[in-house]
Design a protein around this ligand. Structure first.
Ligand SMILES: Cc1ncc(COP(=O)(O)O)c(C=O)c1O
Length: 456
């Protein structure tokens, strides 16, 4: 049974067969719930086609990883908040806004197993969390707690914009950055753990102190699930002052338990894999009292704790932050809720990735247990993908000629490699995807190969 059967329109349940409202009655259960995957997930009461009918139907969007997606019912809820504010802004601001933000923070607190709601701040995106935490680290240099030459350790594959924040705050204040080199393709967690350990050793050399560790939970490009708990533990035992996890892609695609992970700061977007509209993220702070974080945009709540500071950064549209509970209601309509969806997307993306590498005679970039709801799929070497310009060229051709939206990664070849696969596609799976989306991608690449296309 393929996920295309999700979109079979023959079967309509009567309203009273369901607990959900009449606009979201399923259209596809009859055939679909014989599938074993579906039994575990049981997508029974959601009309996925209409929840995502605003997506361009001509495009095979297998790139949920970049910008996420937002169902119609959550967009409707967001509009209601926007209109409530526009209707009577003062009433909304004085009588409802604070409770609504608190409701969102409470929902996230439960979801990520924080100890207390004060540990949770709602911010625009992970880039904002980076500015909050790194500005705080910068002040430790100004307060002479840290010394010029003290180090930060982060993965070479850290998100480029995040690296810029480290440069803007940490390096400018006098810190030195050690990048953890990782070879690619990756074959095990041990490779990453060993590379991180070596970088920490280097960071401590010459009597320096490692002040900051930035650890991705899932790297962006290439996409790799990092053994975050193990790395946090290692940093803790090495007495790294500030352990900051960039988990931009994590919430909704892998399990997130902030107590279990144990970092000082952990941040994830909610607009990527949790169906919130752009843009909203949370920042978890293990010890908000002691760490004295401040939001870089200062407003009325300055000095009242980072959660309060973040809740008002001047007049703007806060609706994306207010619909977190509604996005979670959407998620909870699936059996197994957030975990069920993550498992389903993982299983589907692995199935589709394996189908693609089989068709193209290539390999995955990581073992399947290092994939989340995204997977890296080797592209045929004969496409001649050698550098970022080639990757961008292929991506544009796929979008414009074949209507496939997928990001392409290019790695450096190792010395002496013969006919290396250097290009990898990062495919994502989210509930709106159908198997046909991936077959279209497979056929597009096969047609480019058979026409003799090369990037260079
Ligand atoms: C690993 C990682 N960190 C940070 C970000 C930045 O997220 P945002 O642009 O929502 O702030 C991304 C976005 O894709 C990411 O993948």
């Amino acid at each position: 049974m393929s996920s295309n059967d999700l979109f079979d329109n023959d079967h309509h349940l009567d309203d009273d067969e369901t607990n959900v409202n009449a606009t979201t009655i399923t259209t596809y259960t009859q055939k679909y719930h014989t599938s074993s995957l579906c039994k575990s997930l049981n997508h029974l009461h959601i009309d996925i086609l209409s929840e995502f009918s605003h997506h361009d139907p001509t495009i095979a969007r297998i790139n949920n990883g970049s910008f996420g997606s937002c169902p119609a019912s959550v967009i409707e809820a967001q509009k209601r908040y926007q209109l409530r504010f526009l209707k009577q802004p003062d009433d909304f601001y004085f009588n409802h806004f604070t409770q609504s933000i608190l409701r969102s923070r409470e929902a996230v607190k439960t979801l990520v197993n924080a100890k207390h709601v004060d540990e949770i701040s709602i911010v625009d995106n992970v880039t904002t969390s980076a500015a909050i935490v790194l500005q705080h680290v910068m002040w430790s240099f100004f307060d002479s707690k840290f010394k010029p030459g003290d180090t930060a350790v982060m993965l070479h594959y850290a998100y480029p914009a995040f690296k810029k924040s480290v440069e803007a705050y940490f390096t400018r204040a006098g810190g030195k950055v050690i990048e953890v080199k990782m070879s690619y393709p990756v074959s095990s967690n041990d490779e990453i753990v060993t590379a991180f350990k070596n970088a920490l050793e280097l960071g401590k050399s010459n009597n320096r102190k490692v002040r900051l560790a930035v650890i991705d939970h899932i790297t962006s490009m290439p996409s790799v699930v990092i053994p975050v708990k193990e790395l946090v533990k290692m940093c803790r035992s090495e007495k790294v002052d500030c352990i900051f996890v960039d988990a931009a892609n994590a919430l909704g695609s892998v399990e997130v338990d902030v107590q279990d992970i144990g970092a000082d700061f952990y941040t994830s977007n909610l607009h990527k894999w949790l169906f919130c509209p752009p843009a909203v993220a949370f920042l978890h702070c293990k010890d908000p009292e002691a760490s004295k974080l401040h939001h870089p945009v200062v407003s009325h709540h300055y000095g009242n704790g980072i959660a309060n500071e973040s809740s008002w950064i001047g007049t703007r549209d806060y609706s994306a932050q207010l619909v977190i509970p509604e996005a979670l209601e959407f998620v909870d309509r699936f059996e197994g809720g957030i975990d069920g969806l993550a498992k389903w997307n993982h299983e589907k993306v692995v199935e589709m990735a394996e189908m693609l590498v089989k068709a193209w005679g290539t390999k995955l970039g990581t073992p399947v247990d290092m994939c989340s709801s995204t997977a890296m799929v080797g592209l045929p070497a004969c496409l001649g993908i050698m550098n970022d310009a080639d990757a961008m060229k292929l991506r544009s051709i796929l979008r414009e000629r074949f209507k496939v939206e997928v990001p392409i990664y290019v790695r450096q070849a190792k010395d002496g490699e013969v006919d290396p696969v250097m290009g990898y596609a990062r495919i994502s799976h989210q509930i709106y995807n159908t198997d046909d989306n991936y077959y279209r991608f497979r056929d597009a690449i096969c047609s480019l190969v058979s026409s003799g296309f090369t990037c260079n």
